[in-house]
Design a protein around this ligand. Sequence first.
Ligand code: DC
Length: 238
Amino acid sequence: MSQNPLRPVLSHPSIAIDGPAASGKSTLGKKVADQLDWLFFDTGVMYRAVTWLALQAGLDLNDQGAVTALAESCVIDVLPASQEDGRTSDLLADGQDITWQIRRPEVDANVSQVSTYAGVRAALSAQQRRIGLRGQVVMVGRDIGTVVLPEAGLKIYLDASPEERARRRYREVIGRGESADYEHILQIVMKRDQIDSTRAVAPLKAAEDAIVIDSDQLSIEQVVEKTLTLLSEAPPAG
Ligand code: DC
């Protein structure tokens, strides 16, 4: 197969994992990265950080210009976990630890809208791509295989039914000792699917060469094993 001369060649492979909200992408990505001793990078946290900062600043989230300016100026850092409270990494925004704030319902309810803005996406995907091109990264998101890192050696599209995803999110929130309403979570999951997959810029969809895995009937261990097998069968990077 001939190489596209405009595309940088990765000296090490990376894995792209895309899929809808709460499909288990992050759990899968973290486990695979740990097994391979690669970096785990959940790109959704960046969209969440911008949403949280915008809410904190009292911005009108419909004001695309203001939200984009914020995304372009804020400094978002993902660092190794500094505390053993269930986090997979620390998320810092302008120096403030907002690891758990970005999981709040008001962020869940608004992040899809913020992530439709072309300027926000341009600012964040440039940072994501720089990290992905270093190789040996498991990147998780919505547009990693299609836009951010199309040269990833393995692309997985992890799917699950809205009901199963809402059940998982419900258990997660309850597990953190917070209250939750299953029906409400299901409505939000479906609304986010609709926004994420119909937006004009980088909509959620499987890359043509992605391998689609439906996780409804599979345990996380089975999905991890399948991913590692697929990686071992993937052609060498470049
Ligand atoms: O994976 P998550 O639920 O943390 O993602 C939060 C939101 O960010 C989601 O509604 C879509 C958006 N997102 C995106 O548009 N592109 C990415 N690469 C990652 C997340």
